[in-house]
Design a binder for this molecule. Structure first.
Ligand code: 1OR
Length: 296
């Protein structure tokens, strides 16, 4: 039963579970490594865990328009997309089994490098959505529920929980739904800086976006004596260089000890699309941040 599965991989001595191993060709391993390379759920694993997960994944090909997951079903596998796209539908009236009509609205499309099916496995919950293959000859890699829970879940779970309440309080992200914030949590990396550290240097190329988790920071521009902007918990910086593909427009210096959560450029582009227009609306004029009243 599900409840008997330990969350702690080293928990019990009478537990004779071993990681399943499915032999793969060099060619398969190369494709698999590429498929998971940009997936944030895999980026926090150590070498041993990575090797175990690579061994346990199983390749499967699918025709177009096949239901891979039905909303309301029990969770069995976690899926990584290698080839093809997969549409996600949510029926607000609940499961397909319980007789709810139709698939519901399409809420997302998952592309190569993405993954799905983790929620039911993580929370022992019914499938939250229906997932359907779009293209013929789609390729997925499947990870069984136990291996997912034993190896991949712990770090994912902790990270999502760690950032859940903080991300809820970030004004920029308040329009996102909780699942979109979870995906951001998967991609965040924590960093700490002592007071007086230049976190971003004006003129540099930009490769990351920052959310301020605790402490205070200030922005400075060359030729201007006073700080041009002040940052507190929940504020963000470093978006302009990424949005405009431009050099850093100001330097950001920690005023106290600060903790930041950073999102690299690829994560920024993939996950913050829905709030891009909000970020673009913020005008930086004469060193004073203003919201353009016409676009408010
Ligand atoms: P699962 O195990 O519940 C369906 O099986 C999977 O669809 C789910 O895990 C997620 O991996 C994936 N809401 C819920 N599940 C989603 C969503 C989603 N998108 C992908 N999945 N929303 C879309 C957010 C852009 C929220 C809709 C309100």
């Amino acid at each position: 039963s599900v409840s008997a599965e330990s969350l702690n991989p080293t928990a019990s001595s009478n537990d004779n579970w071993t990681v399943p191993f499915h032999e793969k060709s060099q060619e398969q391993i190369a494709r698999l490594k590429k498929a998971i390379s940009g997936n944030f759920l895999f980026s926090h694993l150590d070498d041993e865990q990575s090797a175990q997960v690579l061994g346990a994944l199983v390749e499967k090909k699918y025709p177009a328009k096949l239901k891979i997951i039905s909303q309301g079903d029990e969770g069995d596998y976690f899926y990584v997309v290698e080839k093809g796209s997969f549409d996600v539908h949510v029926n607000p009236n609940g499961s397909l089994q319980s007789g709810a009509e139709g698939l519901g609205n399409k809420v997302a499309t998952i592309e190569p490098g993405g993954s799905f099916g983790e929620l039911a496995l993580m929370y022992n919950a019914p499938r939250a959505a229906t997932v359907i293959s779009v293209d013929s000859e789609s390729t997925l890699w499947l990870l069984d529920r136990v291996t997912f829970r034993r190896i991949l879940m712990e770090s994912t779970f902790q990270r999502r929980r760690l950032y859940e309440s903080f991300l809820e309080e970030v004004p920029l992200l308040s329009t996102l739904d909780p699942y979109e914030r979870s995906k951001i949590a998967d991609a965040l990396e924590a960093q700490k800086f002592p007071p007086g550290t230049t976190i971003i240097k004006e003129g540099d190329a930009g490769d990351a976006f920052y959310l301020l988790e605790s402490g205070e920071a200030e922005a400075f521009k060359s030729g201007v004596d006073n700080p041009v902007k002040f940052y507190k918990k929940g504020d963000y910086f470093g978006e302009l260089a990424l949005l405009n593909d431009a050099p850093r427009a100001a330097s950001i210096v920690s005023k106290t000890e600060v903790k930041v959560a950073t999102l690299r450029k690829d994560g920024f582009q993939r996950l913050l699309g829905p709030v891009e227009s909000i970020m673009r609306r913020t005008k930086y004029e004469q060193g004073v941040e203003e919201i353009d009243p016409l676009q408010k």
